[in-house]
Design a protein around this ligand. Structure first.
Ligand code: BGC
Ligand code: CA
Length: 345
């Protein structure tokens, strides 16, 4: 009771101060308050947690200092149904714009309908809706990264390593025996990264032999399990592990460590993302390289679009592809440049 009364008194006091300021100086800048709703597919995803932290930072320190932006975040626990409900809750709470990382990138219709009825624009990110769905309404945007480029860069990292070190072809048969650890089936990054990494190796004249692949849904523990199965089938034949993200590359390393293999029979491990643990693993050589998925750049682009939409100002200055899309570039990360990326933290 007492606490509540004190809180109430505090609120009156604050309102008075605010009122005083507003009357006291005409030049005092007005603060515009906005609410941004964010929902992402699964709160256990390493990369997305780091991207959401960057987004939070962007909204806390917007370029325009006269804005006060509050971000409401929801994790959808891998369920599209839960996410649809979260979107309704966020819109009903008065969000001015939504940032949506879809659970099922092929199933955004319910979200789009509700947002359109309430005229709340949506910026999708990281999990790209299919092109027809992006045409459902003019206030839909997408911010992500160029998946093909990430595969090409991972392939180029592998090419350089293989050319620079004859020992990687451990059995000396002139071919690189490799396995792939894949993310969620149906995710644009899974399909495209795998294809373009392998094509890049082939185009560069590296002879390959695919021993196996495992689907590990971006997840480190699942990757460890898949890798243990592949090792039991192929023993120490595996010379290269291409993983669709850092988590799965690290899961593969975990498998070798668990089996107590000596490092001389470890394959080369390559990831994608440059998450904190991924970069640390490049520093201590557990991963031979990764490809930086620019979460800072993506968050900045999302925040820019959100602010322009909420303030009705600046949309024309933003450079979109096909009026709706922004794709940030990826970067190669090796031991010799990893510090540049780690510093961004
Ligand atoms: C990242 C993965 C992440 C996935 C989630 C990908 O772009 O590389 O680490 O799990 O997005 O959608
Ligand atoms: Ca070989």
């Amino acid at each position: 009771m007492k606490v509540r009364r004190m809180l109430a008194a505090g609120m009156i006091f604050c309102t008075c101060i605010h009122g005083l300021c507003a009357c006291g100086s005409q030049s005092e800048k007005r603060t515009d308050k906005f609410l941004v709703g964010v929902t992402f597919y699964d709160q256990s995803d390493t990369y997305l947690n780091q991207l959401i932290d960057c987004l939070e930072e962007q909204f806390q320190n917007p370029e325009r200092k006269d804005l006060e932006i509050t971000m409401m975040v929801r994790g959808a626990a891998g369920s599209q149904q839960i996410q649809d409900d979260q979107v309704k809750e966020l819109i009903d709470s008065g969000c001015n714009v939504l940032c949506v990382n879809l659970v099922d990138r092929a199933d955004p219709s319910e979200i789009i309908d509700y947002a359109r009825e309430n005229d709340v624009p949506i910026i999708f990110f990281n999990r790209e809706p299919v092109a027809e769905d992006m045409q459902q309404w003019e206030k839909l945007y997408y911010v992500g990264a160029n998946a093909e480029q990430s595969g090409v860069l991972q392939g180029e990292l592998a090419v350089d390593l293989i050319r620079g070190n004859g020992q990687i072809d451990r059995n000396g048969d002139g071919k690189i025996q490799y396995v792939v650890l894949e993310g969620e089936p149906g995710h644009q990054d899974t399909i495209i990264r795998t294809e373009s990494a392998v094509n890049t190796l082939k185009k560069n004249g590296i002879e390959l032999e695919k021993l196996s692949y495992g689907i590990a849904n971006w997840n480190r523990a699942q990757a460890q399990n898949r890798m243990l199965q592949m090792i039991s089938q192929h023993q120490n034949q595996i010379e290269l592990v291409l993983a669709n993200n850092d988590n799965m590359a690290l899961g593969a390393v975990d498998a070798y460590e668990k089996l107590n293999y000596t490092e001389s029979v470890f394959p080369v491990f390559l990831g994608i993302d440059g998450t904190d643990i991924g970069l640390e693993a490049v520093m201590d050589s557990r991963l031979s390289g990764t490809v930086y998925n620019d979460k800072e750049g993506q968050s900045e682009a999302i925040a820019k679009i959100a602010v322009a939409l909420m303030t009705n100002d600046g949309m024309e200055k933003i450079k979109f592809e096909n009026k709706k899309y922004i794709y940030l570039p990826y970067y190669k990360v090796r031991k010799d440049n990893v510090n540049e990326f780690y510093k961004k933290k």
